[in-house]
Design a protein around this ligand. Structure first.
Ligand SMILES: *Cc1c(COP(=O)(O)O)cnc(C)c1O
Ligand code: SF4
Length: 443
């Protein structure tokens, strides 16, 4: 299947909810299923490309196929009454009514979890720096405007609010200039992480306009430039056969000649994404250009919620010289009910997958929740002083001093996000809560 992928998928073709009917494989679904799919796609962002459709989804295993669940809207992503209402509206075909109902549902789906809009946007000379988020001391996230989309969308994506045309929700940057000025004032930043969307949807000449000024600024504190991307999974051609793929390799090499490390934070959700020869070539080429490929993904019910899948995925990554990095808990946003995995189960999946492999694959950390106070990892489920607890720890914290300090929550088998947890041992609050509240008041 893989060589075919290299040759017949040189040209990118994406489908959105406007041309659902043109996706040949969807004719295999029942008419009823297609109607539901259209109703969901009217509310939640949908975009899929020819490579995902032809090479990654196993159509013989639909609807349970994990790649189908990951990329194609599912009826269960809306509550039954919402689904029925949207189906009726879509069938009636009145645009204004569809859009109004969709907006209303979108607003109910917690589009801005973890205080992203207010707390993380930094300021410079009294003005907010658009397109930059700076939450953890060492690392600044950068959202270049043309990188706020993806080659294909994940059904569970927490960044979905950016894709539905609600302008004030965009964290996009206009100028690399602003980023440089910000970094000049913040020598504590060692890492700039290009993210999105997917910065690798940008053509190389566009990306170059962001990267070169960073290098030219000769920021002494900057050690690493990272690119968060799903392109090695959804469009590996970006790194192999696209006409500016070679240019991209030259750009990555340039970063390193200027003394900075390049990490490609590759989002791989399922081992199948690593099977096509072209995906493996993409990883090899990135490595050949000196980049370190580190892999991360959220744990998603129906996509990758078993230890065997993670074990196989991490094993394959290590065999390709890539480094397992993070397992995330999916955020409490969007169609979370459909995809959520309780924390206790997530912890067991992580532990079992971790335990099944050698030390080289145990570089992954998790399961981790990106919450308002920081990235919280579940280190264990145990009984302490007669009480069943989760042992928790900040991998990253909004206040650097919180990092690494163990703390405990009552074990709750059903909890699926941090805000459902309560402190153990009868304590009234977690150790950081008072300080966090005062930070929020002064934001
Ligand atoms: C995860 C994350 C980072 C990077 O954290 P590392 O542990 O250094 O990979 C930076 N900023 C934000 C907001 C994050 O969520
Ligand atoms: S690739 Fe990342 S940003 Fe894009 S849809 Fe998937 S999870 Fe969201």
């Amino acid at each position: 299947m893989s060589d075919r992928a290299g040759q017949s998928h040189r040209r990118f073709r994406a489908y959105t909810n406007r041309d659902l009917d043109k996706i040949p494989q969807l004719s295999r679904l029942s008419a009823d299923h297609r109607r539901s799919l259209k109703a969901v796609a009217a509310v939640l962002p949908f975009r899929v490309n020819n490579y995902v459709l032809d090479e990654l989804i196993d159509w013989d295993r639909v609807p349970d196929d994990p790649m189908f669940q990951l990329t194609i809207p599912q009826p269960g992503m809306l509550a039954p009454d919402e689904l029925a209402r949207m189906r009726a509206l879509v069938e009636a075909g009145e645009r204004a009514a569809i859009v109004a109902a969709a907006r209303e549902l979108q607003r109910q789906l917690n589009p801005h979890p973890a205080g992203q809009l207010k707390l993380n946007v930094p300021s410079l000379d009294g003005a907010r720096v658009k397109g930059v988020q700076h939450k953890y001391r060492e690392t600044a996230l950068f959202f270049p405007t043309p990188g706020q989309t993806c080659h294909s969308y994940c059904t569970y994506c927490f960044r979905w609010a950016q894709f539905v045309g609600v302008d004030e929700l965009k964290f996009a940057a206009r100028e690399a200039d602003t980023l440089v000025r910000y970094l000049q004032r913040h020598p504590e930043v060692t890492d700039v992480l290009f993210t999105g969307g997917d910065p690798m949807v940008m053509r190389t000449r566009v990306l170059r306009r962001y990267v070169e000024p960073l290098l030219d600024a000769e920021l002494p504190g900057l050690t690493s430039i990272r690119f968060g991307t799903k392109a090695p999974a959804y469009w590996p051609q970006r790194f192999t056969t696209d006409d500016d793929a070679d240019d991209l390799m030259r750009l990555l090499e340039l970063v390193q000649r200027r003394g900075k490390h390049v990490s490609v934070m590759a989002h791989f959700s399922h081992p199948r994404e690593l099977e096509p020869a072209i995906a493996r070539s993409a990883i090899r080429r990135l490595q050949g250009a000196g980049a370190l490929v580190r892999c991360q993904a959220p744990l998603i019910r129906r996509v990758n919620d078993d230890a065997e899948t993670w074990s196989r995925m991490w094993h394959t990554q290590v065999s390709l010289g890539a480094v397992p990095y993070y397992m995330f808990i999916a955020r409490d946003t969007g169609p979370k009910e459909y995809f959520k995995v309780p924390l206790h189960r997530a912890y067991r999946i992580f532990r079992d997958a971790h335990a099944s492999l050698s030390g080289l694959a145990r570089t992954a950390r998790g399961p981790s929740m990106s919450t308002t106070p920081g990235k919280i990892v579940i280190d264990g489920a145990a009984e302490l002083a007669g009480e069943p607890v989760f042992a928790l720890r900040f991998l990253q914290a909004r206040r650097a001093a919180w990092t690494g300090r163990p703390f405990y929550a009552k074990l709750d088998e059903r909890a699926a996000w941090f805000d459902e947890l309560r402190p153990a041992f009868g304590e009234p609050a977690f150790f950081f809560e008072a300080e966090l509240a005062s930070m929020q008041r002064s934001a």
